[in-house]
Write a protein that binds this ligand. Sequence first.
Ligand code: PMP
Length: 404
Amino acid sequence: MIDVQKIRNDFPILRREVNGKPLVYFDNAATSQTPQQVIDVIVDYYSNYNANIHRGVHALSQEATDAYEQARIKIQKHFNAAKAHEIIFTSGTTHSINLVANGFASILQKGDEIIVSALEHHSNIVPWQMLCEKTGAVLKVIPMNQDGELMMNAYDDLLSSKTKLVFTNHISNALGTINPIEEIIRKAHTVGAAVLIDGAQACPHIKPDVQALDADFYVASAHKICGPTGQGMLYGKEEWLNKLPPYQGGGEMIEEVTFEKTTYADLPHKFEAGTPNICGGIAFGAAIDYMNSIGFDEIAAYEHELLEYATEQLLNIEGLKIYGTSKNKTSVISFNIEGIHPYDIGTILDKLGIAVRTGHHCAQPIMDYYKIPGTVRASFSFYNTKEEIDLLVAGVERAVGMLV
Ligand code: PMP
């Protein structure tokens, strides 16, 4: 069971006030907060062994290289990848998706089809549109229903021998829906298509097993799971990563360079041009250790409790509508109140020290589907409490009193 008061002590930021009120942080789907254990790793790196990696013979460089490569192994084990070199360090989910989309530009042919889900973040739409422009491939969309779930019958109809790639998020950032990715992957493979899963919103809540899922690519960002910003990862099956060309050229990613011809380094370095975010990679590993020390089963059970409690309390408010009503969802509540702009609710909540996100959540097609400009999104983490949810509910009631 989660000892939430003990856990809260790990997060220095939760002790601060905003606008004279104790901070209530419900913007976890945008970025999570950082525990002292991860902050200590960052401070230790810059205080004691900051150096460039992989090419130094001196002690600091070797220490930094060891820590960086150890972090890669931690990430490999966490995601259950078969090999450490199937984990590529990137600056985040967006970078990882662009890397794969860029690679497929040399594989796709005019008329090939790629399938995207209706529930995507812009970062899992725009790179594929750019890819279609470059290659003449065609983008098809799995539609969604009113509950914010993918319509899997329509997916069956979209799949054909022309389908070369399917990509979807594991969990929607705007609605919290958990997508049936096992089924999506299995069916894509029956027509020989590769599948990329955007796990940015899944990793804070569950521990994905990329081999059991049989995902061809799985991508995530460290800052959603108690790690630093500007750091992420791409898992790719070795056979796919070997097929894709490098994304960027530069130092670190070469085997031999002459002006006539350059040969590329082996995986994972082929995709890691330039000096990476060394501290970020090491801190990513520390964040994974921290999350595992709490335990993903415990996190899921506690967050489910928070979700049920908050849903029940918020629905008592007149005129409040929740978007994303699938039974299969994580601790995200996207809502609106009739006659009030989401931005106005967010602004009043901020005055009360409560951080929520308002707007389209980088998922404009979902907002278009519901014919709304945006929502207020409260997203809960394992360090939040029911008392904080009571403050949110009281804050929304206050906003309604002021604005209706
Ligand atoms: N996909 C999803 C589902 C997300 O929630 C996010 C972050 N909001 C991203 C992709 C992009 O992640 P990043 O900005 O860390 O690259």
